[in-house]
Design a protein around this ligand. Structure first.
Ligand code: NAD
Length: 377
């Protein structure tokens, strides 16, 4: 069976779906691997490095896709790529199914069996395939590094002969995978860190990292987590109480990192313009929710802007800015998924649709959109 790895074509996407390490492992499954020329460029991987592990290099996407049974990508394919895929081919990529419905429909029409890596259920058996975690972890780290680079002061307290420099105060809003890594990174850099979330489980996690937990703890807060471990949309009353508490806290912060998301919905507004006006000049907000509308209404997606003396950073693809590391983790996530769907002895596709991982990530099959979360949307 032929497996193709395509070059990413979207502006600002530097990651790649396979590394020389995973090419070797994919070959070990009995697959013939073809990599499109230049696919690894953004992640600093040369074509020759893939070739050294046994991959063939194709000059363009159409050649790579010809007769390919499995296709690996980082982001969803464009129309030309979809048109070049053969009927019955399997595609695994981060397909953003809620926002890129058109792509999902085109894949179904082409007869491609598409898997969205973001939909892999977060069960223990699938932890090694969890792309949300592998990418968000590095995004949380990079958010703090970006903030520090734009902040005109130091992070740690410094006692010098010329006097003492006060430590920076960092407030992390939303303590999922990215938020936890942001807390840990800011703490390592010597900042005084606080954090908030609506899920009760996060209080202990925040405190175990040496940060202070700031939240309205009422009955609604105690029920704010879904069975899948995600946040529920909060009531208008709760949001008002949360805003009052945040407004007081934020005045004293230097850096605010917002990561609050609710799957499939617009991000909640947590930092209003009124709050932003009370922040100290020179403060920095990194809005990791920028792609879903932002946790601050003044955030501009993919831009760094200044408002009321505060820098707002709205990069929508922080993982791409650490492309070597994020590609390496993403490629391993993909390999682990492919190892699940390729028969070990036969080297052929062995899709078990009763497996909750296959069922959870599967979007299209036999010409139709089959994921229950997408049907009729
Ligand atoms: P996410 O990216 O969906 O959201 C980020 C954070 O924003 C979440 O912690 C959420 O509670 C928070 N949030 C939402 N609305 C908010 C509001 N109004 N105010 C403040 N915070 C708000 O989250 P994620 O990083 O994908 O993690 C979600 C869950 O998945 C967590 O429970 C995490 O522990 C769990 N998880 C499980 C596994 C696994 O078992 N394999 C792996 C990774 C994560």
């Amino acid at each position: 069976m032929k497996l193709a790895v395509l070059k990413e074509r979207r502006a600002g996407e530097a990651r790649v779906a396979a590394t020389p390490e995973t090419v070797k492992k994919l070959k070990g499954l009995g697959l013939d691997v073809t990599v499109e020329a230049g696919a690894g460029q953004g992640a600093r991987i040369a074509d020759a490095d893939y070739e050294a592990q046994g991959a063939a290099i194709a000059p363009d996407a159409a050649t790579a896709l010809k007769d390919a049974d499995i296709v690996l990508k980082v982001r969803g394919p464009d129309s030309a790529e979809i048109a070049a895929m053969k009927k019955g081919a399997v595609l695994a990529a981060m397909l953003a199914p809620y926002t890129e419905k058109d792509t999902v429909e085109k894949l179904a029409a082409q007869g491609v069996t598409a898997f969205a890596m973001e939909f892999i259920p977060r069960i223990s058996r699938a932890q090694s395939m969890d792309v949300l975690s592998s990418q968000a972890n590095l995004a949380g780290y990079k958010a703090v590094i970006d903030a520090a680079a734009h902040f005109g002061r130091a992070f740690p307290m410094m006692m010098t002969a010329a006097g003492t420099i006060a430590p920076a105060r960092v407030f992390v809003m939303g303590v999922g995978v990215a938020g936890l890594q942001a807390i840990a990174t800011a703490r390592r850099m010597g900042a005084i860190v606080s954090a908030t979330d609506v899920r009760p489980a996060t209080k202990e996690q925040v405190e175990s990292l040496g940060a202070t937990f700031v939240a309205v703890i009422d009955d609604e807060f105690k029920q704010a987590e879904t069975a899948a471990g995600y946040a529920k949309p909060m009531s208008a009353e709760y949001q008002a109480k949360q805003a009052a508490l945040t407004a007081e806290h934020i005045k004293k912060q230097d850096i605010v990192i917002t990561t609050a998301l609710i799957p499939g919905r617009k991000a909640p507004v947590l930092v209003s313009e009124e709050m932003l006006k009370t922040m100290k000049p020179g403060s920095v907000i990194v809005d990791l929710a920028a792609e879903q509308g932002g946790n601050c209404p003044l955030t501009c997606a993919d831009e760094v802007v200044e408002a009321h003396g505060v820098t707002l950073m709205g990069y929508t693809n922080l993982p791409s800015r650490l492309a070597s590391d994020t590609s390496s983790l993403y490629a391993r996530n993909l390999f682990n998924f492919i190892a699940l769907i390729v028969g070990k002895k036969t080297g052929t596709l062995a899709l078990n649709w009763d497996d909750e991982i296959v069922k959870g990530a599967g979007l299209t099959r036999d010409g139709a959109v089959v994921h229950p979360g997408l049907k009729g949307t």
